[in-house]
Design a protein around this ligand. Structure first.
Ligand SMILES: [Zn+2]
Length: 422
């Protein structure tokens, strides 16, 4: 193992420059910019290391078009004889940089032992660490059974329909092709992430009747109806959600309960005009809600908590009319702490970092849901070098030492899962 680890140490420069090169491909989603370029860049690199490649375009999934094709790559290296397959899955897409950056988000600036840029932490740094780890195993000439796979998939940031969900439907994340999956999402170098909370997004619309703003009594304000609903949410739903306890070890601690974000609200006239607004009673108000839920909760009940409040208003408030529709929903998932991949990665962290890793749950969802629900593969975790709180932030960065350490953990865990003793 010493020789493997010193080989990883010697690849530090390569690890940095490969991460920089990935960051310089601004694979922003939405809309899905440069997916093909990013997938091919990864593919070209892995082909040189002896992997065989498959490119899979997720035709007709949300956002797919000839201008923005949903291109995924799966690379596989076969061992000398039959055995299990260890798969590293990373998403290639990044979110928009947003405001507040003090450095160029797509330059890949290296400073004070960190690489800065959109996607360094979430999750091109983790992808690079997995690539370097697997290449080090191959360069060492270690004879292993089974296979190693690395995939670069799209659209994780927007639900993963054209990425892992699409590939899982085609059997890429099921036995017998794959046995163990590690997703290098940024959950910190010394923690093992067993899964994530569930998510339900919905849009609620209240209705009114348009009238002249100087005579609001002739109309019926959809915004006032919505505010009655919001009042019930404040008085009843938020306190109820705060009380829900979970066995899931969600981090950060504040997310160790049910949460609700009122994501956007719009009532009345369209705001895209320029000039003076016109005096109107609003006949529509729309609210989008982002509810995160726990393994102890049933999605039917999660939805009922909201619709019960709406029904109560429909019964008690004159002219209260509403509509609700689902935008998306994902169930919570949590891998057993005794699962092989959890034990292998935990043991490697203990060996390399000298500490027993915390087992955590991510507050937000990631592609593990598709691997569990569609692929029916439950030996899956997230383990990666980034600092969770930096994801999606301005001046996002990754610590280079953490990437090197994570690469060692990934290499050692892979060998353990393949049954190789060095
Ligand atoms: Zn991510």
């Amino acid at each position: 193992m010493e020789s493997l680890f010193s080989r990883i140490d010697s690849k530090r420069e390569d690890l940095v420059s490969f991460t920089q090169d990935l960051v310089r491909i601004p694979s922003i989603n939405p809309p899905g910019e440069d997916y093909t370029k990013c997938a091919e860049f990864l593919g070209t690199r892995l082909a040189k290391s002896g992997f065989s490649l498959l490119y899979e375009r997720a035709k007709d999934t949300p956002g797919d078009s000839d201008r923005y094709p949903r291109n995924n790559i799966i690379a596989r290296f076969e061992g000398k004889h039959a055995g299990p397959c260890v798969h590293f899955n990373s998403h290639l897409d990044v979110v928009v940089p947003g405001k507040g950056w003090t450095v160029d988000p797509f330059e890949g600036l290296v400073q004070d032992g960190k690489i800065y840029g959109r996607g360094t932490c979430d999750m091109k740094g983790g992808l690079s660490a997995s690539v370097i780890a697997m290449e080090a195993i191959l360069e060492e000439g270690i004879d292993f059974p089974g296979a190693i796979e690395i995939s670069g998939t799209v659209d994780e940031e927007t639900g993963g329909y054209g990425g892992v969900a699409f590939l899982a439907e085609k059997g890429f994340f099921s036995k017998p092709r794959v046995d163990h999956v590690i997703i290098p999402e940024p959950l910190n170098v010394d923690r093992v992430c067993l899964g994530h909370r569930g998510a339900w997004w919905a849009e609620v619309e209240t209705f009114g009747r348009i009238a002249h703003g100087s005579m609001p009594f002739l109309g019926d304000s959809a915004i006032r109806h919505m505010s009655a609903f919001l009042e019930l949410i404040e008085q009843r739903l938020f306190p109820a959600l705060d009380k829900k306890k979970t066995i899931m070890p969600v981090v950060p601690e504040g997310a160790r309960r049910s949460t609700l974000n009122l994501q956007s609200i719009h009532g009345g006239e369209d705001e895209s005009f320029s000039g003076m607004p016109s005096p109107l009673v609003p006949d529509s108000c729309r609210l989008t809600m982002d509810r995160r839920f726990l393994i102890e909760e049933d999605i039917i009940e999660v939805k009922a908590e909201v619709t019960d409040l709406l029904e109560e208003l429909a019964d008690s408030r004159p002219n209260f009319r509403y509509q609700i529709h689902d935008i998306m929903e994902f169930l919570p998932t949590m891998t057993d702490a005794e699962a092989p991949v959890v034990k292998a990665v935990s043991a490697a962290i203990l060996d390399i970092l000298g500490k027993t890793p915390d087992h955590v749950i991510s507050p937000g969802t990631y592609d593990q849901k598709h691997i569990a629900r569609i692929g029916h593969l439950h030996d899956c975790i997230a383990y990666g070098p980034g600092i969770l709180e930096l994801a999606h932030q301005p001046d996002e960065y990754i610590v280079i030492d953490d990437m090197v350490t994570a690469a060692k953990v990934m290499a050692a865990s892979t060998l353990k899962l393949l049954g190789v003793n060095l």
